[in-house]
Write a protein that binds this ligand. Structure first.
Ligand code: NAD
Ligand code: WQD
Length: 344
């Protein structure tokens, strides 16, 4: 009987983490979730069970607690891989409360790396395309320069990448992949898990679905005077299920020793969509007419970005399979599910 590989999933009850747990189970891994539930609900464990038939192992743990993190890792000697999602992620809040972000995102990372230092571990980290700022060339490739961060949140991703690169360099045990996600959206096809924004959503797609369901009155499109074909900003939206699969592909690549030391990968579709195109795709698949107005630009927004995604295809054997309509259809099904089954 083959023993399943144990993978620690920090932030595993969160948006991307929960979808990744589902894909890890499907791929024959044994995920072990740790989360302090600061931005997620323990009910997600039941939702994962409904999808997979498996109750994933869950531990309530704050990774900022150094001793508890070390004890946890010491008590789980079979863990061979770590996917580190746990972090705070709200850009605006990070500007208002920088120390909250620096503390949480750095203490959790350094505690985890310190706890894992003595054993061979394959490590996958959640980075972000935010490290590129507004790139000079599109699509933006992994070797494009990192630009000064627009926010403390963005800075935590830039510095975390440096921490990981420096640590991998001197560690015999750790091989590390940083995945630079573009804009994750959508939900699982079952509509049993999806994004659960606290309060007023800051991101486009949850704002669209909450407006269409009647929780918000109207969406403001932040600017239609950019130098883009329809004047609205362009992003590389990536379906969360495709993104989850990129983590499984990353673990496999690490297990097969395709990565030594440290590598970064863009995880996107390689295709840009404008805000107005996203709204149109939503209206097409939902049959709803979205109430929106054109407003002024949002400070700090970049005009346009989409990723060069060849490196992930060549080395990880991963590529996005789902398109914008799949993203909007699943996001809408999840919003409709929440009406009957609120998760708080
Ligand atoms: P999320 O908030 O849904 O999930 C993060 C989880 O981490 C939450 O469940 C939260 O409770 C947990 N957590 C936070 N601090 C913790 C701590 N100290 N100890 C234990 N658990 C802790 O966010 P998400 O959208 O799933 O994002 C996951 C990761 O991907 C984050 O690192 C985020 O910065 C990164 N990322 C997200 C996006 C995006 O748009 N969603 C884009 C690029 C990168
Ligand atoms: C997308 C587009 C807005 C809301 C953020 C973080 C980034 C990364 C992903 C973590 C933009 C427009 C939005 C609205 C709008 N996260 N918009 N009206 O800003 O690309 O990236 O999330 O790493 O770091 O900055 O995503 O969803 O906020 O915006 O017109 O009410 O939608 O201007 O063009 P963004 P977003």
């Amino acid at each position: 009987m083959s023993v399943k590989k144990q993978i620690l999933v920090t932030g595993g009850t969160g948006y991307i983490g929960s979808h990744t747990v589902v894909e890890l189970l499907a791929a024959g891994y044994e995920p072990i979730i740790v989360d302090n539930l600061s931005n997620s609900s323990a009910k997600i464990i039941d939702q994962i069970e409904k999808i997979t038939g498996v109750v994933p192992v869950f531990h309530h743990l704050d990774l900022c607690d150094e001793k508890a993190t070390r004890d946890f890792i010491d008590n789980h000697p079979a863990i061979s891989g770590v996917i580190h999602f746990a972090a705070f992620k709200a850009v605006g809040e990070s500007v208002a409360e920088p120390l909250k972000y620096y503390k949480n995102n750095f203490y959790s990372l350094t505690n985890l790396l310190t706890a894992c230092a003595e054993r061979p571990v394959n490590f996958v980290f959640s980075s972000s395309c935010t490290v590129y700022g507004q790139p000079n060339h599109l699509p933006v490739a992994e070797d494009a320069p990192v630009q000064p961060a627009e926010s403390p949140y963005g800075n935590t991703k830039q510095v975390a990448e440096e921490i990981l690169r420096d640590t991998a360099k001197v560690s015999k045990n750790l091989n590390i992949i940083s995945l630079r996600y573009f804009n994750p959206v959508g939900a699982h096809a079952s509509a049993l898990i999806g994004e659960l924004p606290l309060g007023i959503p800051q991101n486009l797609v949850p704002f669209i679905t909450q407006t269409a369901i009647g929780k918000r009155e109207s969406l403001t499109v932040f600017g239609d005077d950019y130098n883009t074909p329809d004047g609205s900003c362009i992003r590389d939206y990536i379906h969360v299920v495709d993104l989850a699969k990129a983590h499984v592909a990353s673990l496999r690549a690490l297990e097969l020793n395709k990565i030594s030391n440290y590598e970064v990968f863009n995880i996107g579709t390689g295709k840009g969509s404008s805000v107005l195109e996203v709204i149109k795709a939503f209206e097409r698949v939902s049959g709803e007419k979205l109430n929106y107005t054109i407003g002024s630009r949002r400070p700090g927004d970049i005009e346009q970005i989409w990723g060069e995604v060849k490196k992930a295809e060549q080395i990880l054997g991963w590529k996005a399979e789902l398109g914008l309509e799949d993203m909007m259809r699943s996001a809408w099904a999840w919003e409709e599910y929440l009406v009957e089954h609120p998760i708080v």
